[in-house]
Design a protein around this ligand. Structure first.
Ligand SMILES: [Zn+2]
Length: 146
């Protein structure tokens, strides 16, 4: 697959990367329909955060489920899903209280500016839309989440 990789401040390259795969039984793989540049992507891009080596970038995304791990119960291939940059299990006291961003088992998402993305804690992280198809129409001009 192709994806964006930040090598150094101001140096973003589109490269051929290995396709992600299911690592944990709670993972999902999605085909990214849309992704954006978050303000926190710009910190390393501008050199405000140190870049210690090349890394895949992007953590704001939506897409279509391609595959799910054996313990994923709420998602199936073909569903359109959305979510932000935090992976959350959906089961800890913080998640059950509605504070998924403070999940006891939270993890970051990176590499969303690519064709495919591995999402940990898929049941707690991804939110399927009622309509299984990706939305049509123009993309929003800016991210309102950050
Ligand atoms: Zn949690």
């Amino acid at each position: 697959m192709r994806g964006a990789v930040l090598h150094a401040p101001g140096d973003v390259r589109i490269e051929d990367l290995d396709d992600p795969s299911i690592v944990e039984p709670t993972d999902a793989i999605i085909r990214v329909s849309a992704t954006c540049v978050c303000g926190s992507d710009l910190w390393p891009y501008r050199g405000i955060n140190e870049v210690t080596g090349p890394f895949p970038i992007g953590h704001e995304y939506c897409g279509v489920v391609e595959d799910v791990g054996s313990e994923v119960t709420s998602l199936r291939p073909g569903q359109f899903v959305i979510r932000s940059f935090i992976a959350s299990d959906g089961t800890c006291p913080h998640c059950r209280a509605g504070y998924q961003s403070a999940c006891a088992h939270r993890g970051g998402i990176q590499g969303a500016q690519a064709e495919l993305l591995r999402v940990p804690h898929a049941d707690g992280t991804l939110v399927p839309t009622a309509d299984r198809r990706p939305p049509t129409g123009p993309a929003p001009s800016s991210c309102r989440a950050c």
